[in-house]
Design a protein around this ligand. Structure first.
Ligand code: NAD
Length: 441
């Protein structure tokens, strides 16, 4: 199959690279010339573990190329994937479809023969029909079908998720388009990964349903953690006891500083808006959004309490600012709520993150970037673990405590056993939904 992939962000680049690894001939397109120049030099514009190797071997094999010329990529393609961003529209919480529709129109004008136009971006119910209408209107002679193929990969584990998915969802309404999609995903079909064929609206809805459900699961355990703090129960043990129930499962059941990232916040918001548009309020999702916002803000109070009621003049080392480990993605990260609030409260912040600095520098003004947790903790009044990068999971706690002016820790990912922190010489410790020590709260 000959594939054009429009958009080389986290989803487009991973999908394009993996499709080429399946043996297809893939051209990845982006309108950002900087990204294309980097890709042509063999550099990966994002941090995603393992992506560079798979990319290199397929470029080498002649199956994978990059261009800024959309028309050239679409010419002769069997399938054109739209993998551009669908951020939250400013002001109203809807998904912003500007990029999807602009891409659809550009594709329409570039079509030379039959092709399936596949939406990989996460889009509200009804969007694929709009894409269909837009293309038909822009180029009435175009011979095409549309397909909805939402993506479920997780940043940080994207290659494995794409190559070994729980399922592939394909919304498609003609045999011809279904055959093209079946051929594209043939390597996964042969390895017996489930491929779910649906109509367009159902495929679109599955993606929002899945993300809203996962966001709700995280938020549920975060709310339970609040109650644990009041009642003296331990959220880690509660989550373990709940998660061992096969109907519940242990994934997405870790209490933390609230969900962030490029998907959950915008997709829950979009689903809530879709519900409102259809006069069918998605009350659970709306509540999840509100509770998650409160959870993020609660983290600020935790750090303030840890510092004795005020962070003014305090030196605080923040470990991790990306929304989760193994990515450089900062979109909607809890750090973007917590760090500015601490800076605003008069704290002096030192920030360490293995990959977050490139994006983070512009997003977190007024902080000092450092490359080592122990240096950041030197003479500090508190250390705050915000993202559970591996290098923050195995800290030498004694060394850390010994370096600090005031050995106090806010472990917002519940990494460390409370006893270990105490034994290492810390004076105060707070985490999520567990008893700490050395503070009032
Ligand atoms: N990031 C994730 O983990 C993830 C997972 C599943 C689904 N999704 C969905 O996939 C979509 C893409 O997300 P992302 O994180 O990869 O976005 P991104 O912002 O990282 O990348 C989008 C890319 O599209 C390019 N682009 C925009 N318009 C273009 C055009 N007309 N022609 C060529 N290039 C164009 C941009 O320059 C950018 O490089 C979104 O709808 C998102 O919800 C994302």
């Amino acid at each position: 199959m000959k594939i054009a992939m429009i958009g080389t962000g986290y989803v487009g680049l991973v999908s394009g690279v993996c499709f080429s690894d399946f043996g297809h001939e893939v051209v990845c397109v982006d309108k950002d010339p900087r990204k294309i120049e980097m890709l042509e030099r063999g550099e990966v514009p994002i941090f995603e573990p393992g992506l560079d190797q798979v990319m290199a071997r397929n470029v080498e094999g002649g199956r994978l190329t990059f261009t800024g010329d959309l028309a050239a990529a679409v010419d002769g393609a069997d399938a054109v994937f739209i993998a551009v961003g669908t951020p939250t529209r400013r002001g109203d919480g809807h998904a912003d479809l500007t990029y999807v529709m602009a891409a659809a129109e550009e594709i329409a004008n570039a079509l030379t023969g039959y092709a399936v136009i596949v939406t990989k971006s996460t889009v509200p119910v009804g969007t694929n029909r709009k894409v269909q209408a837009t293309i038909a209107q822009a180029n009435p002679a175009a011979d095409f079908d549309v397909a909805s193929n939402p993506e479920f990969l997780r940043e940080g584990a994207a290659i494995d998720d794409f190559m070994r998915p729980d399922r592939v969802v394909v919304g498609v309404e003609s045999d011809r388009a279904r055959d093209v999609m079946a051929e594209i995903y043939r390597p996964l079909f042969l390895r017996e990964f489930p491929i779910v064929y649906t109509d367009l609206e159902t495929a679109e809805m599955i993606k929002y349903g899945a993300n809203a459900f996962l966001a709700a699961k995280i938020t549920f355990i975060n709310e339970m953690a609040m109650l644990c703090e009041k009642t003296g129960a331990d959220i880690k043990a509660v989550a373990k006891g709940m998660g061992l129930d096969g109907r519940i499962g242990n994934k997405f059941l870790h209490a933390g500083p609230g969900y962030g990232g490029s998907c959950f916040p915008k997709d829950t918001s979009a689903l809530a808006r879709i519900g409102q548009d259809y006069a069918c309020p998605m009350k659970i999702t709306e509540t999840v959004i509100a509770v998650n916002d409160a959870v993020k803000r609660r983290m600020i109070d935790k750090v303030v309490d840890l510092c004795g009621g005020s962070v003014n003049g305090k030196v605080i080392a923040v470990l991790g600012v990306t929304f989760k480990p193994n990515t450089d993605d900062m979109r909607e990260a809890p750090s973007l709520t917590i760090v500015p609030a601490l800076v605003g409260g008069g704290a002096q912040l030192r920030v360490v993150d293995p990959q977050g600095r490139r994006e983070g520098e512009a997003l977190l003004p007024g902080v000092q970037w450092m490359d080592d947790a122990y240096k950041a903790a030197q003479d500090a009044d508190a250390v705050v673990i915000l993202t559970e990068w591996n290098e923050f999971r195995g800290l030498d706690l004694k060394r850390l405590a010994g370096a600090m002016a005031q050995p106090r820790m806010a472990d917002l990912r519940n990494i460390y056993p409370v006893g270990d922190v105490r034994d290492a010489g810390f004076d105060a410790y707070v985490s999520i939904g567990r008893k700490g020590f050395g503070t009032e709260g």
